[in-house]
Structures are given as C-alpha cells and as structure tokens.
Design a protein around this ligand. Sequence first.
Ligand code: NAI
Ligand code: SF4
Length: 435
Amino acid sequence: MTVEPAEKLLAPVLSAFWDDPRSWTLETYRRHEGYEALGKALAMAPDDLIAYVKDSGLRGRGGAGFPTGMKWQFIPQGDGKPHYLVVNADESEPGTCKDIPLLFANPHALIEGMVIACYAIRSNHAFIYLRGEVVPVLRRLHEAVREAYEAGYLGTNIKGSGFDLDITVHAGAGAYICGEETALLDSLEGRRGQPRLRPPFPAVEGLYACPTVVNNVESIASVPAIIQRGKEWFRSMGSEKSPGFTLYSLSGHVARPGQYEGPLGITLRQLLDMGGGMRPGHRLKFWTPGGSSTPMFTDEHLDVPLDYEGVGAAGSMLGTKALQCFDETTCVVRAVTRWTEFYAHESCGKCTPCREGTYWLVQLLRDIEAGKGRTEDLDKLQDIADNINGKSFCALGDGAAAPIFSSLKYFRAEYEEHIEGNGCPFDPARSTAWA
Ligand code: NAI
Ligand code: SF4
C-alpha cells in the first residue's frame, strides 16, 4: 500500500505554534489570528452560529463523537433559566494526552471558543473543570483568563457586543470518574463525583439543574478555526461523517511519541510514519485506537481509518484518539491486568457489576500472570466482563470490559501459555513476585 508522506498529512491548526516561545500568551495568540473569529461570531445571530457549527460537522473530541452543534441546539431557549457551558478538561483516559498539552501551549484557543459557544447558547457563566494534578496548566489557565478579562474578551459588554461572560476555572481532585459528565457536574456542585441517571441529559438538566452544555477542551478549542476559515475548509478534511482535523496522542514503543494533528480518517500506519515508526528493531504487537477503554487492535489493523466509522466497522471505537502502541516485548496479560487495576481503583462503587466485577477481574488476572491460573479462568474472565458490559451505570464499566474481550479474542493463546507454563513467559521474575 502507498503511504502518504508525513508532511502531507500533518494539519497543524491547534498545535500550529506550540513551538513558539511563550506560545500560551495572548500576544502570541493574537499574532496567529487569535480572537479574530470572535468578532465574526459576535456579528452573527446566536441561532445562525449554532447552525454553522452544526453544518461544519464538528463531532465531540472527548471520545463519544456526539455532534457539537446538535448538543448546543438542545439548550432550550426562552426558558428563563441560566444556561451554562462546562468544559471537560478532566482528561484521564489511559494514553490520552492531547487536551492537557493543548491547554498548556494554547489556552486562548479554548477561551475564544468558550466565548463563541456561550454567545451561541446564551450563557453568561462558563466553567473549566481541570484535572487537579496538572498544577502548571492550572496556573497557565488562570493567567490566560486574567489576560482575556484585561483585553475585554471576557467580562461585561465583550467587544461592545452587549454580551457578558464570566469564566471560572475549577481544579478537580484527581478522580477518573469525574471525567464522566454528570459526575463532573456533581463534583463541580461540591458533592462526591458519581454519575447521575441520564436522561435527563445535561442539556436539559445539568449544572444546578439548569440547561448545560458539557464539551471537551479540543471540541471547543476547534470552534474559532472553523469560524475563521469556514465550515467548507473544515469539511475539506476527513470524511463526510467524521470531518475535520484532530489531535492524536501517539504513545508507547514508538520512536517519536507525542501529539500529532491531522485529518480524521488517517491510519495508524500513517501516524507511525509521522512518529518515526516503532522503536528500532521492534514490531507492533497490539494497540488501542482510543485509550484502554476501546477494544485493542493488532498489526492486522494498521490500515483501519481512524474515524468513527472506520474504527467502528473494524470492531472498536475511536474514543479519545489515544494510540498506545506496544511491541512484541510486551506481555498482553500484564498490560490488561494493569489497565483493569486502574478501572477497579477508579470505579466509583455506585453499581454492583462494575464495583464487584472489576475487583474479581483483577484477582483472576493477577493469578494468571503469577502462574496460578486455571484454564476455566478464561471463561470466568469472559463471563464477568459480559456481566459488566452494558449492565453498568456508566461508560467506565464498558471501558473496563473492553480490553478483556479484545485480549481474549486476539491473544487467548498467550493467556493459555501463562496457565500452562505456570507464569509469565515474558518475565518469570514478575510471576514469582506475585505468587
Ligand atoms: P455518550 O455517547 O453517552 O454521550 C456523549 C454526549 O452526548 C454527552 O455529552 C451527552 O450528554 C450527549 N448526549 C447523548 N445523547 C443525548 C441526547 N439524547 N440528548 C442530549 N444530549 C445527549 O457518551 P459518554 O458516556 O458521555 O462518554 C463516553 C465516552 O467518553 C467514551 O467514548 C470514551 O471514549 C470517553 N472517555 C473519555 C475520557 C477522556 O479522558 N477524555 C475518559 C473516559 C472516557
Ligand atoms: Fe460507578 Fe463503575 Fe457504576 Fe460507573 S460503572 S457508576 S464508575 S460503579
């Protein structure tokens, strides 16, 4: 197959000036057309702006791919209630590392996008819920918000438009579940973060029981470029159903891990080409298209288009576009055990299938990795994952089941090798450590 050269595929928009010294300042952002889209947006009627974003085909970049303009359109108008925008910056999906670098390098793209989104949905107060561990990003965000107030992009009567907006930056306390949108809202309201029953979706009853748009950082930060360069430009990239550019996080055993910005629908083969391939002398064994919550793929799937349709048709999900690549030195049982420990630790405990199921998965996996597994344990793993998947209260449960299903599908023989050989063929020392 012909692989397009990397330079033809890169489409740096949000990451265009990340290498610029002091890329995060208002001064740098303005030098790169910053806040020009805002002027155009404020000259439009709010409903026209929503229709424009809807027509662009922008889909949520947090993982689910829900159409952004449609979500804005759900906000009821004339209801007399306050409306809120909450930006989900609680990026925590294993392997996902694109919102945090984006906020660190280019926070004004998010702030400009927030002003535009709030004007469209008629909201005068927006929140950024940031993952608590990233203190340097928190500082940068505070500084960027301060700069935006000083320059008149936030506050009252923004750029003489009569539109007012305040932004509150809130740091979470480091719980994965608070990235689930309703748990995030509970946490923002000052309660323990646990998912709420949906419906009602936040668009109808969200923060303080008012209509709320919850959008991912990258989704909102993409809006200014769409307004500035046009929806046709955006649609000229990607596919009909998954248009536009996006940020991919490439990590693991690759020569040059990092964030790569390109059109939706490119393939891992092309991304690896941009990232210098697997580390020298090694070959790809398995990978995830969107973090560990998406079923894993193998080297047979190198040419699957990384968009919602291509990855979906091949049996996984695009999710957060976090490509974690593992070479032949990796024990798949060990990797799945590590991920499952993460889900068991982060399970909020609200529902039984996830709370109990993830615990039992960890026990079985540790036994298998330590050489104490039995052949029937593989059926048990499958059965427990079946009882979590689709039967849990929120997506965390489904995410925990995903690596179990896919690893048993593609690497059952490796599990059997652990059981028959009484331990991990990759690292016998590790087996005895857990024995
Ligand atoms: P979802 O598909 O249930 O919802 C997606 C969005 O669409 C939500 O904002 C929801 O409110 C809205 N929505 C859906 N149907 C609606 C309706 N009928 N009316 C109004 N609004 C509606 O997905 P969910 O559970 O919110 O998120 C799961 C995704 O999160 C997974 O695909 C996963 O990839 C991703 N994820 C991302 C993480 C990260 O660190 N970025 C961490 C963990 C998961
Ligand atoms: Fe909590 Fe897990 Fe149930 Fe989600 S699936 S509500 S994280 S226990």
